[in-house]
Design a protein around this ligand. Structure first.
Ligand SMILES: [Fe+2]
Ligand SMILES: [Fe+2]
Length: 289
């Protein structure tokens, strides 16, 4: 059983990470809809704004609740996040609230405010709101996957991306459900989950670099092979996963910088590569916990 302090810290560390991830999935979906799918783009836009509110509430309750190490881990924002948001908003026309990013710079770690312990009720309410919204969002993602794989719709996202983001919503739901039961095993088999997701990221990157970017293509392909091997070898040591994920995080953040500075050609927005950098950093944080 998790005690109140652990419950609050783990809930807020996860909500701070995941509400932003969900918000960005909504941004990616909204900005990938061609004109005939306006209705779906508007639905994604509504999800985005609902997650904006949850992220803002997460930022408020995270202050004084989350660990200093989590704040330094690069899972909430990176040096590139703000610039990536601005460029992505400018290029896609999809509004992205960067004030939330600026607010995140000022989150104070646990131990800095005595009221954190009395927050259990508020945290529990936030977890419940997140459970409700993420449930509906997961259904929306699976509907998009079904429409696209049955050729009822075309969008500028791979079908496997809809599946991937659906699984991320499911993972967040699993975490929230576990936390609400104060279950110490709230994060299940996170290694299998994230090894698979790191492999997916490498493959999506491989498929979205311009065909002339041979070096980047080959680097992404090699990461895909590394993580496919880790997925297959069920007994992979944490050390191996840690080393591979740190290298992949570096590749993703280098790519983000190159996209922002117009030094590599691709079909990726910098917010997308920054997003998957943060997911790698979250995994690194878990491996080191
Ligand atoms: Fe994601
Ligand atoms: Fe992902």
């Amino acid at each position: 059983m998790l005690n109140d302090e652990e419950y609050t810290r783990l809930s807020m560390e996860n909500n701070l990470f995941w509400t932003r991830i969900m918000r960005e999935h909504a941004v990616f979906i909204e900005s990938s809809m061609p004109p005939p799918q306006r209705q779906l783009a508007m639905q994604a836009n509504r999800f985005k704004r609902q997650f904006d509110r949850l992220l803002s509430e997460s930022i408020r309750l995270a202050t004084g609740s989350v660990s200093d190490r989590s704040l330094q881990s690069g899972q909430y924002f990176t040096k590139a996040t703000e610039a990536a948001e601005q460029a992505t908003q400018q290029f896609t026309g999809t509004a992205i609230n960067s004030n939330l990013t600026k607010m995140e710079y000022h989150i104070q770690p646990a131990g800095s405010s005595p009221q954190a312990l009395q927050r259990t009720q508020e945290v529990s309410r936030l977890n419940q709101s997140a459970l409700d919204l993420v449930n509906t969002f997961a259904r929306f993602k699976s509907e998009l996957y079904n429409r696209q794989t049955s050729c009822k719709m075309f969008t500028f996202l791979y079908a496997s991306i809809y599946e991937h983001v659906f699984h991320e919503a499911k993972k967040y739901l699993e975490i929230l459900t576990g936390l609400q039961k104060k279950d110490e095993n709230y994060n299940g088999d996170y290694q299998s989950f994230w090894n698979q997701h790191m492999a997916d990221h490498a493959k999506v990157m491989r498929g979205l670099f311009d065909p002339t970017e041979t070096e980047h293509f080959n680097a992404a392909d090699s990461f895909a092979k590394t993580f496919d091997t880790l997925v297959r070898s069920r007994s992979a040591a944490k050390e191996e996963e840690l080393e591979a994920t740190k290298a992949l995080s570096g590749f993703k953040s280098d790519t983000t910088r190159e996209i922002i500075e117009c030094r590599v050609k691709s079909l990726m927005s910098p917010l997308f590569t920054d997003h998957i950098t943060r997911e790698a950093n979250y995994y690194i944080y878990l491996l080191q916990s």
